[in-house]
Design a protein around this ligand. Sequence first.
Ligand code: SF4
Ligand code: SF4
Length: 369
Amino acid sequence: MGRAPNNPKPTYPPLTPPLGGVELSRHVASLCRDAGFVAAGFAPAARSKWGPFLRGWLEAGRHGTMDYLARDNDLREEPARVLSGTKSFIVVADQYAPRGSELPDRSREERPLGRVARYAQGRNYHEEMKKRLHALADRLREEVPGSGFRTCIDTVPILEREIAVAAGLGWQGRNTLLIHPTLGSYLLLGVVATTLELPPLDDQRMVTDHCGTCTRCIDACPTRAITPYSVDASRCISYLTIEHREAIDAGFHEAIGDWVYGCDVCQEVCPHNSGRTFETPRHVAYEANIPWLDLIDVLAWNAAARQLAFKASPMKRANLDMMRRNAAIALGNVLRETNDSAVRAALERYRDDDSAMVREAVRHALGEA
Ligand code: SF4
Ligand code: SF4
């Protein structure tokens, strides 16, 4: 391996002797570790077992307005079709928040603040994972001539969690999230389809369901979105604040509390995210740059202010009016609790806002609708 002065991209000779079987898996696993992933495993290309569940979930409208989830189900059911000749999936995980992570105390703040889901507090995970997975695939293409790869990070319709379970990274909990036995569930998953045959590592095992008789996530969910092993996305605060691009049904406003982007409640209450048993560091890319947002500021944002605040942030997924709508809903909850005159004045300025979804949220927050 060498780095030529005018060529910043490293090159890698073919592996000699060529590796195969579990030795190749060990090599790929060590590259994943070197790339900073906290866990890695391999799953064989196999048909999804979740097809009938997924079809029923969609038919019941649990996907809300996320119509893209109703498309490409043939790929979700047969994920090997994402790349011709797929034999295996490489599955990796980044830890975006440590087990037991607490949000900073905000009780002394004078202005009302909105909570941000932990995965969105740092840099954009799509970019962070993609660049490391692309580098991994580029290297393996050179080391194993003729091999093929396709990186899948939310952009390709596959059921990452099912594939991660098959790769021994954890089990899918009652809240539907992947839970690693020692790392918990504050994990971002990345999948690479490959034509390489990568058998399981010697210590790779399917992890059995450790939820036991626990129902904490179901009991704690503010909008009653969880039934065992299923989330009704159309009721979930993450969907409502990030994906739903219209007015949010007033029946959900109070339950949204102070969440302005996403929700972590079903992970915060999960005993497998407790910090008491294991210490796990977060990957440096996900340092909490924006753990809170000033709600009065967000309600007043224009396009430039949002762009500045969300530079390199995954929160760009929510457009300006969605963020202002979310802020108005959270401010309404503050107003109900405190009757604070500054909060009321901030909301009153936007009673006749140009955006229908902001207007509706503001008027409901003021108790007028
Ligand atoms: S993210 Fe929040 S609203 Fe969604 S299922 Fe979990 S606890 Fe419920
Ligand atoms: S809170 Fe309990 S039931 Fe829910 S995912 Fe965690 S262990 Fe499973």
